[in-house]
Each structure stands twice: as structure tokens, then as C-alpha cells.
Write a protein that binds this ligand. Structure first.
Ligand code: SD4
Length: 324
């Protein structure tokens, strides 16, 4: 039995879900519009400080944005990574999809494209992101090195310099052994929608990882990693430690799991389980729906993962949560 329309997104970003649901149900709009406008709500609200402007400053203190959108019926996809000085990342991604033959534009050139499409150039720094950057810079790691003391891998401090192999291992041990993982840097919005015609779309929007090396791109704008939809099977979207997750394309794996007959929940678990083989303590989550509108989620490396859903059976936006 089919349950259309439906929207599901990561975390309890219920205003985003609400917006998407209003488009799908009240306005009988398209899945693409629902995903774009739903994620836009989070860009405007700066959901958890990890979507939109004014969050996750890079080591230069700048906020840059990653986003993508994928259309089920055509498999058309648009994405931007490291988008600078433009707030509406997912809308720019949609323009890439609809007005170019490309899939992914990055950095300043993505900005130039956005400006050519009529988007406004704005400073994405706020007093909050400036303070985050200031705090980080002031906690320099350097004295530890001079005294030949191992840096605490869980301390985030700047400025960066290239890690030695030993330091890199120490850093990586956060993902393999799980020391004090920073739980508050992993709140990308990823959304999948199915409209009343059964058309599916998926998308993501994030400001990425805090204190990243400028130029770093996460999983969110990468098709198959941040999100993936197959009109004949289902869709999935991910959130979490993108530097690790993008090596495993969990959104694609979840959809392929459903193709082989797995339930959405089982497919989500398989996708995340692949990553845990290598990085037992990484943090991440996926939301999944099949094309019939059966949905579920899985998470790894933290306590509970809330996600938001609306469909006709629920009648309203409902927050579910899954134990990791
Ligand atoms: C990233 N997946 O860029 C994102 C992080 C995230 O809020 O979920 N952040 O790695």
C-alpha cells in the first residue's frame, strides 16, 4: 500500500518538515519544491547552528555551505560545495540542476554562478560564528608540540598544520575508539519527499564541519553520500561525520539495500554497519523511505537519533526517534 505524499527529514527540524508537508499536502505541490523549501527553512533558522549562515566557521573563520538536490523521475541532480557568501545553498543547488548540464559547482565559482542567477552576495559570518572561531584560535595546540606532549585528540584547537602520521592516528582514534566525540557538530538537514503523484526527491543542506581546513567538502553535497533517490526503489539521506561517511556512500547503500528487498530500517542499518567495520565509533545516521512510503532510520555512535516525518496516516508532523 502506498502512503503518498510523505516527507521525512533528519533530526527534529520540525519547522522544515512542516513547510515541506504544507507544500505536499495543502498545496499539492511537487516533491522537489517540498525538499527545496523545507531545507530552506533550516537555512533561514540556522537549525542547530549547523545549517545555513553563521555556523561552523572554517579555520579562517568563514562559514561556507554545502547542499544538493536530486530529482527522482529524471535523476537530475544539482549541488554546491563550499559555497561562499550566499545563504540559500539548496536553492542554488536547484539552479545548478535546472539551468546547467553539470551536477556540482564549488567555491567562489559556485558563488559567481549564484550571483548570475540573481542570488544576493552576503556575509555569512555572525557574532556567534566569529566567537566560535575566536575561541578555537585562542586554544592553540602548538605549545603541546614544543613540549613534546601528545595533543589530546578530542581537543579542537587551532591553527591547523599538517598532521604527522602519529598525530593523524591519534585524531582518527576518535572514530575508532570513541573518545569524547563532539556530538554537536552533526546536524545536517537531509530530506526525502514523495508527492501525491509518487514523484520522489531528496536533498541536503549544511554548513559542514566546524574548524575545517578551508576547502573541505563533506558528504552532504555528494550524490549517494548525503542523499540519494531512486524513483523505483526509494530514497535516503545522511547526517554525521561526513569525512568518514562519504567514503561509504550510505545513502546509496541504503537504497540498494531496499532494491534487494530489505525494509527501510534494515537497509539503513546495513548502510551504517558498513562504516562501523572500519570506524566502530564514528557518528552518523540515515533516514530512509521506500517508494511506497514505508520509512525508518538508523544511527551509530551516539544515544538516540530523532527524525521528523509527515504523511497522511500521521496527519501531522511527528518526531520519531531511534536508539543507536
Ligand atoms: C558534514 N555531514 O559536512 C556534515 C556534518 C553534519 O552538521 O551532519 N553537520 O560532514
Amino acid at each position: 500500500k502506498q502512503s503518498w505524499p510523505l516527507v521525512i527529514n533528519t533530526w527534529s527540524f520540525t519547522n522544515a518538515t512542516e513547510k515541506a508537508w504544507d507544500i505536499l499536502f495543502n498545496k499539492r505541490g511537487s516533491a522537489l519544491d517540498a525538499v527545496e523549501q523545507g531545507c530552506t527553512v533550516c537555512e533561514v533558522e540556522q537549525c542547530d547552528g549547523t545549517v545555513g549562515y553563521g555556523g561552523s566557521p572554517d579555520e579562517n573563520g568563514e562559514t561556507t555551505l554545502d547542499a544538493m538536490i536530486m530529482d527522482g523521475p529524471t535523476h537530475d541532480t544539482g549541488a554546491v560545495a563550499n559555497l561562499r557568501r550566499v545563504k540559500s545553498a539548496i536553492s542554488v543547488a536547484r539552479k545548478v540542476m535546472e539551468h546547467t548540464v553539470h551536477t556540482l559547482l564549488v567555491g567562489d565559482q559556485a558563488t559567481q554562478f549564484a550571483l548570475s542567477m540573481g542570488f544576493k552576495e552576503e556575509n555569512l559570518t555572525t557574532s556567534v560564528s566569529a566567537a566560535l572561531h575566536e575561541q578555537w584560535i585562542s586554544k592553540s595546540c602548538q605549545p603541546n608540540y614544543w613540549k613534546n606532549v601528545e595533543p589530546d585528540p578530542t581537543t579542537s584547537c587551532g591553527p591547523y598544520r599538517p598532521f604527522t602520521p602519529k598525530e593523524k592516528n591519534l585524531k582518527q582514534s576518535v572514530r575508532t575508539e570513541g573518545k569524547n566525540y563532539n556530538t554537536h557538530n552533526h546536524d545536517t538537514i537531509g530530506m526525502i519527499a514523495i508527492d501525491e503523484h509518487g514523484n520522489m526527491a531528496g536533498g541536503t543542506s549544511t554548513n559542514g564541519a566546524i574548524h575545517k581546513i578551508p576547502g573541505r567538502v563533506g558528504d552532504s553535497p555528494i550524490p549517494g553520500s548525503g542523499a540519494y533517490v531512486d524513483q523505483f526503489v526509494g530514497g535516503a539521506a545522511a547526517t554525521g561525520d561526513g569525512d568518514i561517511m562519504m567514503r561509504f556512500m550510505p545513502a546509496l547503500i541504503a537504497v540498494e539495500g531496499m532494491r534487494t528487498g530489505l525494509t527501510p530500517i534494515a537497509a539503513a542499518e546495513v548502510a551504517l554497519g558498513r562504516i562501523a567495520v572500519y570506524y566502530p565509533k564514528y557518528m552518523g545516521a540515515v533516514i530512509v523511505t521506500n517508494i511506497d512510503g514505508e520509512f525508518g532510520a538508523a544511527c551509530h555512535g551516539f544515544d538516540t537519533f530523532p527524525y521528523s516525518v509527515a504523511n497522511t496516516a500521521l496527519g501531522t508532523v511527528t518526531v520519531f526517534s531511534v536508539k543507536c
